[in-house]
Design a protein around this ligand. Structure first.
Ligand code: NAD
Ligand code: UDP
Length: 329
């Protein structure tokens, strides 16, 4: 083994972000162990990696202890879309909290550096805008999003306690809405929903007035941020916001996707889900200063790549006609 090749564990490695991360780590020449229970992840996401000599996939639920020898751990395992994390909320909290305890215990035993994929949801429905890392958030602890938000907050607490108590090398990233190829087509997230609806010519479901905002980061930019944070010096523990600070309303996103796909879909308004944050946008000064990182892919370019991915997927599944929608006028 070369001296720079590391053994790296990626939990949730068969998910949307995890599969892109595994790909990048392999390209850098590392040995990658992907651990996933396939709750929301898919074998299809990693099928192209299975033949790689330095890639290994293991079915395992991180709510149970794991004994492996690794140098670094990226802890991504956790359903991320509201419909998935609210499907079995108790399991969501267990994955965040017990999963963090197990992965931190592993990191402590093998002296590995460990990365936590936290979330902008730790800010809840924010009263400060844009959100900086110092902001402590506005989370409803008993609402339907709490299993995810509070689970991730407890995981952050555990990471910082292991760091203070056991000198563990930790990296905590707070990820804002990220999109791209390999998002689950039925995960209910806004980008995947709107693209699939537009491609199928179905109504575009805008929840509430559509005036709520999000800021969307393309997956390649985010993964670059992960790698830089992991490689940063050990005093850079985080939390560090990673996301694209370009804010857009949900209605603007819908209109843009309709235009880009050439779809005949019409916007249909649906009730706003409980505790849906009104406004969300990262302040990424910390990531800029500490990691020299900022997103490079404009929304238009990222959406083009994501639309191309879903067009191919839906055609393969026979859910849309063979010719691209733009050419079907
Ligand atoms: P995803 O659902 O595609 O991936 C999560 C993966 O974790 C899946 O492969 C799933 O099968 C696996 N998993 C779930 N519970 C598990 C368990 N108990 N044991 C082992 N594996 C388990 O979601 P994603 O978008 O790739 O999110 C990855 C991580 O990033 C999550 O921790 C999520 O909270 C965080 N995050 C994502 C976003 C985003 O916009 N995509 C935003 C904020 C935070
Ligand atoms: N949303 C929407 N229509 C959809 C799916 C989502 O209007 O079909 C809205 C949702 O209410 C929220 C925003 O889009 O205001 C982002 O939702 P998503 O589930 O993608 O992420 P999160 O709410 O976790 O940021």
């Amino acid at each position: 083994m070369s001296s720079t090749r590391k053994r790296i564990l990626v939990t949730g490695g068969a998910g949307f972000l995890g599969s892109h991360l595994c790909e990048r780590l392999l390209a850098q020449g590392h040995d990658v162990l992907c651990v996933d229970n396939y709750f929301t992840g898919r074998k299809d996401n990693i099928a192209h990696l299975l033949g790689e000599p330095h890639f290994e996939a293991m079915r395992h639920d991180i709510c149970f202890p794991l004994y492996v020898e690794v140098d670094e751990i990226y802890n991504l395992a956790c359903p991320a879309s509201p419909i998935h994390y609210q499907f079995d909320p108790v399991q969501t909290t267990k994955t965040s909290v017990l999963g963090a305890i197990n992965m931190l215990g592993l990191a402590k035993r093998v002296k590995a550096k460990i990365f936590q994929s936290s979330t902008s949801e730790v800010y809840g429905d924010p009263t400060v805008h844009p959100q900086r890392e110092e902001y402590r958030g506005n989370v409803n602890p008993i609402g339907p999003r709490a299993c995810y938000d509070e689970g991730k907050r407890a995981a952050e607490t555990l990471f910082f306690d292991y760091h203070r108590q056991h000198n563990l090398r930790i990296r905590v990233a707070r990820i804002f809405n990220t999109y791209g190829p390999r998002m689950h087509p039925n995960d209910g997230r806004v980008v995947s929903n709107f693209i699939v609806q537009a491609l199928k010519g179905e109504p575009i479901t805008v929840y509430g007035s559509g005036e709520q905002t999000r800021a969307f980061c393309f997956v390649d930019d985010l993964i670059e941020g992960f790698l830089r944070l992991m490689a940063a010096s050990d005093d850079v523990t985080g939390p560090v916001n990673l996301g694209n600070p370009v804010e857009t309303t949900v209605r603007e996103l819908a209109e843009r996707i309709i235009a880009m796909t050439g779809s005949r879909s019409k916007i249909e308004t649906k009730p706003l889900p409980v505790d849906d944050p009104v406004q969300r946008c990262p302040d990424i000064s910390r990531a800029r200063n500490l990691l020299d990182w900022e997103p490079r892919v404009p929304l238009e370019t990222g959406l083009e790549r994501t639309i191309a991915y879903f067009e191919r997927l839906l055609r393969e599944r026979g859910e849309i006609a063979a010719a691209p929608l733009r050419l079907r006028a």
